[in-house]
Structure formats: structure tokens, C-alpha cells
Design a protein around this ligand. Structure first.
Ligand SMILES: Cc1cc2nc3c(=O)[nH]c(=O)nc-3n(C[C@H](O)[C@H](O)[C@H](O)COP(=O)(O)O)c2cc1C
Length: 156
């Protein structure tokens, strides 16, 4: 399995907790994982021979949290085309907003514009439906890991 870089954006800590929970679960599964703190992301262009997992909540009106927004802008302005990059996105939001999980959707759209390939479906976690987003994320991870494993073998 290729190394997995986890990037998160969070206002109140839920998305951060989901990212930390996935980091632990992936480590326990024997994967090589790096959980990036938002303050270390300024020059981070995800390597194409590694996997990228982004976990982000949504704030304002469909906006990205302040701690991940600079990375999004850097990627939009400066990242090269990344056709070999494989990624996944978990969005946290609240379906009472019209802009449900807008932050995760923005990341997904940007990575797709950069030519990167999503592995599996995006997970949109609704705070109206669950108080334990990490439980949904762990269920999603069970389905995602075999997909990520098979992609890892293809990217050599
Ligand atoms: C001020 C504010 C604005 C929000 N705006 C949105 C939004 O536009 N779309 C959405 O899906 N959720 C929105 N949410 C819900 C949060 O994304 C959700 O509660 C999430 O679980 C928070 O995760 P965090 O603790 O990692 O920030 C908003 C929450 C707050 C407090």
C-alpha cells in the first residue's frame, strides 16, 4: 500500500478528530500514514506516487475552514497538473444549509480539475444525522481500503 497523506480542515475540531481517528485506524492496519497539521501545508503539493485523503468541514456559506483555505488557494494557484494523483475526500457539514458539505465539494472539484483521480465515492457526513462522524468515517474506510490497495498496486 502506498503512503497516505491526510490533510484536514476544521473549525470546531470534528473534522480534525475524524482525521486523527482515521490516522490511528490506518496505522493499526499497517499503512504508512502522515497526518499533516494545517500550519505545515503552505508548500505541500501531494506527491503523485502517494495517496491523498482530505477531511474537511464547511463553514460560513459553503466555505472552507480558515486552517485549510490557504492550502486550497496555494493548490489552485500553484499546483501543477496532477494526473497520477489518487485521492479521497470526506466532507463534514449540516444538511440544514443549502451549501451542504460545500468545503469537501470544493476540494473534490479542485483535485478533479487538476486531473487527479478520486478513489471511491466522496463521503458527506451530516451533523443532522450523526453526533459521531468518526464512526461513519471508519465504516467508509473499510470499503475504501481495498480500493486504495488495488490503486496502490497499479501506480507501482
Ligand atoms: C457558522 C457555521 C457555518 C456553517 N456553514 C455550513 C455550510 O455552509 N454547509 C454545511 O454543510 N455545514 C455548515 N456548517 C456545519 C459544520 O460544517 C458542521 O457542524 C461540521 O461538523 C463542523 O465540523 P468542524 O468541527 O470540524 O468545524 C456550519 C457551521 C457553523 C457553526
Amino acid at each position: 500500500m502506498k503512503k497516505i497523506n491526510i490533510v484536514f480542515g476544521s473549525v470546531y475540531g470534528s473534522a480534525q478528530y475524524v482525521a486523527e481517528t482515521l490516522d490511528t485506524a490506518l496505522n493499526d492496519a499497517g499503512c504508512q500514514v502522515q497526518l499533516w497539521q494545517p500550519e505545515h501545508l503552505s508548500d505541500f503539493v501531494p506527491p503523485e506516487d502517494e495517496l491523498l485523503l482530505v477531511v474537511t468541514s464547511t463553514t460560513g456559506d459553503g466555505d472552507l475552514p480558515d486552517n485549510i483555505a490557504p492550502w486550497f488557494i496555494m493548490m489552485k494557484d500553484r499546483a501543477p497538473y496532477l494526473p497520477e494523483l489518487h485521492y479521497a475526500v470526506i466532507g463534514l457539514g449540516d444538511s440544514s444549509y443549502d451549501t451542504f458539505c460545500g468545503g469537501g465539494k470544493q476540494i473534490d472539484a479542485l483535485l478533479s480539475e487538476l486531473g487527479a483521480k478520486r478513489v471511491g465515492e466522496r463521503l458527506d457526513i451530516d451533523a443532522c444525522e450523526t453526533m459521531e462522524p468518526e464512526t461513519e468515517a471508519l465504516q467508509w474506510l473499510k470499503k475504501w481500503l481495498p480500493l486504495a490497495d488495488s490503486v496502490s498496486q497499479q501506480i507501482g
